[in-house]
Design a binder for this molecule. Sequence first.
Ligand SMILES: *Cc1c(COP(=O)(O)O)cnc(C)c1O
Length: 426
Amino acid sequence: MLKSLVQNSLKSFSPSTSAPPFSPAQFDADVMTTYGRFPIALTRGRGSVVWDDQGRRYLDFVAGIATCTLGHAHPAMVEAVTKQIQTLHHVSNLYYIPEQGALAHWLVSHSCADRAFFCNSGAEANEGAIKLARKYAHTQRGIANPLIITAKASFHGRTLATVTATGQPKYQKNFDPLMPGFAYVPYNDTAALEALVAELDAGTPQVAAIMLEALQGEGGVCPGEAAYFQRIRQLCDETGILLILDEVQVGMGRTGTLWGFENLGIEPDIFTSAKGLGGGIPIGALLCKAHCSVFEPGDHASTFGGNPFACKVGLTVCETLEAENLLGNVKRRGEQLRVGLQRLVQQYPTLLEQVRGWGLINGLVLRPDSAIKSVDIVKAAMEQGLLLVPAGPQVVRFVPPLNVTADEVQQALMAVEKAIAIATNP
Ligand SMILES: *Cc1c(COP(=O)(O)O)cnc(C)c1O
């Protein structure tokens, strides 16, 4: 067994291996059925291209769902991973961890935040944000029953608190009792938010925080409106309510700015990052301004959080974003993609409604009455060698690596055009 593992790792860049062929049936027998999986097994990647176990090639416009910031097998990541595992991969937060300090320093010097806490995922980062906001409400504002307002159609994770924060009943069904202390408003609706805050805060203040995505990702690639967010910022400044932004999907350069909220002209008090932060190596971060940095020793912790391995990789992703000027690439490739997709909307007016997004998070929106669903286009695109991911039944999401090339965007546009032709004319 060990020997075959060693042999396989030595051959890791050759498409054929001596391992037994992959069995989807065995997989389904052994792994919990929490995911509806597409029937391919990916085994290798380079840049924005991945191959399956049959040697078929795909352009990867999923990137682990907006996670593989630098694509696959980026030399800087390979070097960072290799060096760090040979040096020191994990020690406890009982001790100082220089790599953690270096990543925290990069993040606070490239954002409005003053402090960082590291964990392993988006949900865990959001859990930390919820705990921080609750502690702030109790200790700084004397709120006995703190409430956090989130948006309908939002997505904040799958743990009990974050699935409660997620304003989509389909993720909550059968998991009740949900966490107390959450209320929901329609996204981008200023009047509804003002009314709810006034109602909840009538008498004694209760609202601890408002938690939103700058652009709703899972909820359908729905960009936030600047006027809405600016009014919320003003409301928070007037009342002491904290503004938490969930930057798990849109942060780390995905939108063409380092943080999604830069598109809205506001700064949050607290924000979270995960997906793209480690380029595919698990790491999450909770960041906040000094005035709400109220955690004390013992308040919050994570065994793996901020270990030397994950932080070294995270720092490498951050430094490579800068060194390779990827924000510029995100803007240019995003524009190229939207122009191409817009052409398809004009070509298929009864099927497609619009294109929306920022930078390299874009959604091709189907008409509500269209006979085919986003998953039909995703399946047809896979047949054309292009990986895409639905964002709900009506939106096809495009989230390639941030270093995707003009040629690859062109190839993806050709593949999606073919996929739509086939999906509409099977
Ligand atoms: C993916 C996502 C999460 C959850 O992240 P996990 O790492 O899966 O826990 C939270 N918020 C947003 C906006 C996301 O896109």
